[in-house]
Design a protein around this ligand. Structure first.
Ligand SMILES: [Zn+2]
Ligand SMILES: [Zn+2]
Length: 746
C-alpha cells in the first residue's frame, strides 16, 4: 500500500513552476482493484451495469430494481474509464501496473486522492521495452489499444458534449477535474503507445483519428472565469489537446488575470493589447515610484538614418557605483546590437518622444548584458541596443525619416546580432521552468498575438533554427531554439511546442509561404489594419516603400499581392471578406483573426498577374437566367431547363437566432439574387470539394487562347433540387465547361 507524503507530486505531467492555483486533488471514488482485469469491454456487464455508449440514459443497473446513486455511477465510471483503461492499455504494451500505486491513502487507510505520478516511470519503461523488443509485428495490440481509447473518447463525448437537455451528463457523477484526469491519462497513453510501438514494425495508421476531441472543453469556461481572454482560450482549444489546455490553465499569467480586462474581447480577437497613441502611457518598472525620462539625441539619430545606416544605442552608466546610477544614451553606428521585440501595450513604447524612464533603461541594460554576442570577435564588448521607441523618430518634422525607418525594419532586425523578446508573461517566470512551461507561456503571450512582433520573429527564423531569437525570462534569456529541440516527452504530446513552430513561416515556394503565413497570422491582431500589408510585404522580403506610399488599407494589400506571382488556387473558394479592387477581387482582405486558415498549401498553385489569378477548374456557364418568384428564392440549374438538377443558393448564413439576424440573412439572400440577375454572363467555377462553396464569377471576355477573363462576384452553394424549389426558384439553363478551361479571376 502506498502511504504518501503530503508534498509528493501527484501528476505524471511536468510540474508547473509558477502555478496560478494549487493542483486540484482528484478524488478516488472507487477501490482501484475493483477493476477486475478480465477485459475492458465487458467490464460493465460483469459488474452488473448496462451502459449504452450510443444512448442518452447514462449508466443503469442491469437489474432494473436497483436505482444507482450518482456516487455509485461515479465509482463505476472511474473504475472502468480510468483504472480499466490504464491497466488494459499498459498490459497491451507489456507492462503490468499495480493500480494500488495510483491512490494516495490517509494514515487510517482511507482513500485520499488519485496520483498518476508513478506512471512517469512506467511510461519510461514502456518506451524502453519498445526499443529493445524483438521485431514481432504487434498490429493486434495496436488495434486493441485504439479500440479502448476510442471507446473512452466516445463515452466521454457522448455524455458531456451533448446539447440535448434530456441526455444524462457525465457531470452528474464526475467532477470536471475527474473527467479531465481520464482525458489526460488517455492522451498520455496514446502518446506512450506511439513512442513504444514506432513504425515501420507497427502500422501507426491504426491510431489515426484516435484522440480525445472535446467540442467544448468546460475548462475554457473555468479559465475565463479566472480572467483568461476568450481569444486565448479559443486559440488554445484549437491548437492544443486536453493535456496542453489543462497545462496552460495552471499557469499564472499577469496579462490574464482579473486585473487586466478582456471583457470586450471576442473569440477571434483580443483588444487588450491595442494601442491608442493619443492616450498611450509609457510605464515604469513595477517597483519604481516614478523617475525621470532619459531622451536620445534625436538629431543624431536622424543624421544616422539619413546616411542610410541603423542608429544603435549604447546605454552607459555615468556613475556605476551608485545605487541608482545616472544613465546616458549614446548613438553609435556599426556595432553589433540586440534588437528588442516588445508589445507596445505593455508599456515600453512612447508615442510622444524618443525617450524611456531611467528604471526601464536600467532594466534593458541588465537584460542585454545577459546576452553574449554570437560572434566571438565581439565577445568582450557589450552589445548595443536597437529599439523602436528610441530609434524611430517620432517628432513631426522627422516624418520622412520615420517612414524610412519603418521601410528598413526588416533589414534592422535581420542585421541584429540577436533579437530579444520582452514580454510580461515570460518575464514573470524563471528560465529554470520546464521546457513545456516556457513554450506554453510563449504561446499564450501577448507577444505571440501581435502582428509586428511576428515580422520581428520571422527575420530571426531566416537564421538557422531561430538561433537569433532570445526570450527574456525573469532571471535570464533562453533561446527559442532550445524550446524546440527534441520535442518528445513520454507523457505529454507537447503540442504547444508544435504550435510554436507552426506559428513561424517555413521556407518553400511563394505559394507555400503564403499558406504558412496565413496559418501563422490567424491568431494575431494589430491596432492599425493598414499595418498588415507592410508586415506581409516585409516578411516575404519585398519593397515596403511602395506599400507605404499609400495610406489606404485595401490598396496596400493589393500592392502586397502584386509582389506574388503564385497563390494556392483554392483561395478563390475560401469564405473571407475580399478586396474590392479590379484584378484583386479574389484576394482576402486580411490574414489576421481568421476562424480558419485561409490559404491552404495542399492542392494546386495558380499563377497571378494584374488581371487576376489563373485557375483551371470545371465550371457551369449560365446560358439563360429566369428570375425567381420572389427575390430571395434563388435558382435551380440544369442542362435541360424543364428538369433542373442543381439548387444554387448564397453561401452565407442560413439561420438566425434573433429577428435582426434573420433580417440580415434574408438581405443576404436578396443580394445574392440581384447579383446573379444583374451581372451579365455568369459562370460557376466548381470547387473540387463538392460539399464546399463554389465561386460565382461574371465573365468579361474570352482571350485568344481560350482563357475566360472574369470578375469574382461571391461564393455560392449547390445541393440537390427539392421538389418545392421548382415552383419558386428562377430557372437557369447551363452549359458544362470541362476542367481544361482556364479562368482568370480578377
Ligand atoms: Zn483579450
Ligand atoms: Zn521609473
Amino acid at each position: 500500500m502506498a502511504i504518501q507524503l503530503e508534498d509528493r507530486p501527484q501528476w505524471h505531467l511536468p510540474d508547473v513552476l509558477e502555478p496560478g492555483s494549487p493542483l486540484p486533488k482528484i478524488p478516488c471514488l472507487c477501490e482501484p482493484n475493483n477493476y477486475d482485469k478480465e477485459g475492458f469491454f465487458d467490464f460493465p456487464t460483469r459488474q452488473g451495469w448496462f451502459f449504452d455508449s450510443e444512448g442518452s440514459s447514462g449508466p443503469q443497473r442491469i437489474n432494473r430494481d436497483e436505482v444507482p446513486s450518482s456516487a455509485e455511477k461515479g465509482a463505476f465510471l472511474q473504475s472502468w474509464l480510468f483504472f480499466g483503461m490504464m491497466y488494459e492499455v499498459l498490459r497491451l504494451l507489456d507492462v503490468e501496473v499495480d493500480l494500488e500505486d495510483c491512490v494516495v491513502r490517509n494514515q487510517d487507510g482511507t482513500r485520499r486522492c488519485i496520483t498518476t505520478y508513478p506512471l512517469r516511470k512506467t511510461f519510461a519503461n514502456c518506451i524502453q521495452r519498445g526499443k529493445t523488443r524483438s521485431r514481432i509485428p504487434r498490429g493486434d495490440a495496436l488495434t486493441n489499444i485504439a479500440k479502448i481509447l476510442r471507446r473512452v473518447d466516445s463515452t466521454i463525448r457522448r455524455y458531456s458534449d451533448t446539447l440535448s437537455p434530456r441526455s444524462w451528463r457525465l457531470s452528474d457523477a464526475l467532477s470536471l477535474d475527474t473527467v479531465l484526469s481520464i482525458l489526460i491519462l488517455g492522451e498520455s497513453l496514446l502518446n506512450v503507445t506511439r513512442l513504444a510501438m514506432p513504425p515501420p514494425e507497427n502500422d501507426q495508421s491504426i491510431l489515426l483519428g484516435v484522440g480525445f476531441f472535446w467540442a467544448r472543453n468546460p475548462l475554457e469556461q473555468r479559465m475565463r472565469g479566472s480572467g483568461w481572454c476568450i481569444s486565448t482560450t479559443t486559440m488554445l482549444h484549437a491548437l492544443l489537446d486536453a493535456s496542453g489546455l489543462y497545462y496552460a490553465s495552471r499557469l499564472r499569467l499577469s496579462t490574464h488575470s482579473v486585473q487586466q480586462s478582456h471583457s470586450n474581447c471576442t473569440p477571434q480577437q483580443c483588444f487588450a493589447n491595442h494601442v491608442d497613441e493619443s492616450t498611450y502611457q509609457t510605464q515604469h518598472v513595477e517597483q519604481c515610484r516614478g523617475c525621470e525620462h532619459i531622451s536620445i539625441d534625436v538629431e543624431k539619430v536622424a543624421e544616422v538614418i539619413g546616411q542610410g545606416k541603423t542608429p544603435i544605442v549604447s546605454i552607459n552608466y555615468l556613475d556605476a557605483d551608485s545605487d541608482q546610477p545616472d544613465i546616458q544614451l549614446e548613438v553609435i553606428t556599426s556595432a553589433p546590437y540586440v534588437a528588442i521585440s516588445h508589445v507596445w501595450a505593455q508599456g515600453l513604447g512612447n508615442a510622444r518622444a524618443n525617450s524611456l524612464p531611467r528604471c526601464q533603461l536600467t532594466k534593458i541594460k541588465r537584460m542585454v548584458s545577459g546576452i553574449h554576442p554570437m560572434s566571438h570577435m565581439h565577445s568582450t564588448s557589450e552589445l548595443g541596443v536597437w529599439m523602436d521607441t528610441l530609434c524611430i523618430p517620432v517628432a513631426p518634422h522627422l516624418k520622412p525619416l520615420r517612414k524610412l525607418s519603418i521601410a528598413r525594419l526588416e533589414e534592422t532586425y535581420r542585421n541584429a546580432d540577436q533579437i530579444l523578446v520582452v514580454d510580461k508573461d515570460l518575464m514573470s517566470a524563471s528560465c529554470s521552468a520546464s521546457r513545456i512551461e516556457k513554450a506554453t507561456r510563449l504561446l499564450c503571450s501577448a507577444w505571440m498575438r501581435r502582428l509586428w512582433t511576428y515580422q520581428e520573429a520571422v527575420v530571426s527564423n531566416l537564421h538557422p533554427n531561430c538561433e537569433k531569437l532570445q526570450l527574456q525570462f525573469s532571471d535570464g534569456p533562453v533561446t527559442f531554439h532550445s524550446l524546440c529541440v527534441d520535442p518528445i516527452s513520454s507523457c505529454h504530446s507537447e503540442k504547444a511546442i508544435n504550435s510554436l513552430l507552426l506559428a513561424l513561416p517555413l521556407t518553400g515556394s511563394v505559394s507555400f509561404r503564403l499558406s504558412t503565413l496565413s496559418r501563422a497570422l490567424r491568431y494575431r491582431t494589430t491596432s492599425r489594419q493598414s499595418d498588415e500589408a507592410i508586415c506581409l510585404t516585409a516578411v516575404l522580403g519585398h519593397d515596403i516603400s511602395r506599400v507605404i506610399a499609400t495610406d489606404n488599407t485595401g490598396e496596400r494589400m493589393a500592392i502586397f499581392y502584386s509582389f506574388i506571382d503564385t497563390v494556392p488556387a483554392g483561395i478563390i473558394f475560401r469564405n473571407v471578406p475580399r478586396l474590392q479592387i479590379d484584378g484583386y477581387r479574389w484576394a482576402p482582405l486580411s490574414f489576421l483573426q481568421q476562424t480558419a486558415q485561409i490559404a491552404v498549401a495542399q492542392g494546386l498553385d495558380a499563377p497571378r498577374d494584374a488581371h487576376g489569378v489563373y485557375v483551371t477548374f470545371p465550371a457551369l456557364l449560365f446560358l439563360s437566367i429566369g428570375p425567381p418568384k420572389n427575390i430571395g428564392n434563388h435558382f435551380v440549374l440544369g442542362e435541360d431547363p424543364e428538369n433542373p438538377t442543381v439548387h444554387l443558393a448564397s453561401a452565407g448564413a442560413k439561420i438566425g437566432r434573433t429577428d435582426e439576424e434573420w433580417r440580415r440573412v434574408v438581405r443576404g439572400w436578396e443580394e445574392f439574387d440581384r447579383v446573379v440577375l444583374g451581372s451579365g454572363e455568369i459562370a460557376l467555377i466548381l470547387n473540387p470539394e463538392p460539399a464546399s462553396p463554389h465561386a460565382l464569377v461574371s465573365v468579361l471576355r474570352k482571350g485568344p487562347d481560350g482563357t475566360r477573363y472574369c470578375r469574382f462576384l461571391c461564393l455560392a452553394e449547390t445541393s440537390a433540387v427539392h421538389a418545392a424549389s421548382l415552383s419558386v426558384c428562377g430557372r437557369v439553363a447551363i452549359e458544362k465547361i470541362d476542367a481544361g478551361t482556364t479562368w482568370c479571376v480578377g
